[in-house]
Design a protein. Structure first.
Length: 235
């Protein structure tokens, strides 16, 4: 399948209701409103195709950009490619659920994510923290430095309340993910979660929302999910 064929199939799958949901969450035109599950039949036809993924991502169409992440070949992407992708990721569904997810399957994931976390740019920071969440929830604990992850927990503890709004979500999720999926620092994550307490995030609707990693970790413990690892990063 070529670019035009994929775009036609995506457009045919678009639903106005789904489009409105995406728009309310930060997407903007152009987009069709394709539910992610509806993309699976197209993926089965294409599998992984990096050149086509690049064409799709370059369209600026949200659904095409999302599908680009589905068919991307992460190991064929360089750091420069990921920098190009994150620069075009204009809201969190792209930064955290396309770019960060794709990066999480590479050997350069920690190196790139570390740079993004230090960048000071809201969505880059969010993608960096999210990338670690995807990795910690999938890779063996032995792949990570316990000292490094502990230092990252302390960084979250010291900075989360003053972080950019979208970054707060990813940092809060980092505490939760360490607490559930990285067993060596489970107890430290529980302590940090209690110290951090509820995290207030402001939304465009004007109403604040409060995130609480401590409550969510406890819910996971109650469900016997301690040590949980995903079989795959991308579904």
């Amino acid at each position: 399948m070529n670019l035009d064929m994929v775009m036609q199939e995506l457009e045919a799958l678009g639903k106005e209701r789904t489009k409105k949901i995406y728009l309310s969450n930060g997407a903007h035109e152009p987009l069709f409103g394709v539910a992610t599950g509806q993309m699976k039949p197209i993926f089965r036809k294409i599998k992984h195709n990096q050149s086509l993924a690049e064409e799709l991502y370059a369209t600026g169409n949200y659904d095409a950009m999302y599908f680009a992440g589905v068919i991307a070949d992460p190991k064929a992407m360089s750091e420069a490619d990921f920098e190009r992708w994150i620069d075009k990721a204009y809201f969190y569904m792209l930064s955290d659920y396309v770019v960060a997810v794709t990066l999480a399957e590479t050997d350069i994931a920690q190196e790139v994510a570390d740079k993004w976390i230090k960048s000071g740019a809201e969505l880059k920071m969010s993608a960096g923290w999210s990338c670690y969440c995807w990795m910690l929830g999938n890779r063996p604990d032995s792949e990570f430095s316990q000292v490094k992850i502990a230092d990252m927990l302390e960084l979250v503890n010291n900075t989360i309340h003053d972080a950019p709004e979208r970054t707060k979500y990813a940092m809060n999720n980092f505490i939760y993910t360490v607490g559930v999926s990285y067993v060596p620092l489970h107890h430290k994550a529980v302590e940090i979660a209690k110290e951090v307490g509820p995290v207030e995030v402001n939304r465009e609707s004007g109403k604040s929302k409060f995130l609480n990693a401590s409550d969510n970790i406890q819910k996971a413990i109650d469900k016997s999910q301690l040590g949980f690892k995903r079989k795959y990063v991308r579904c």
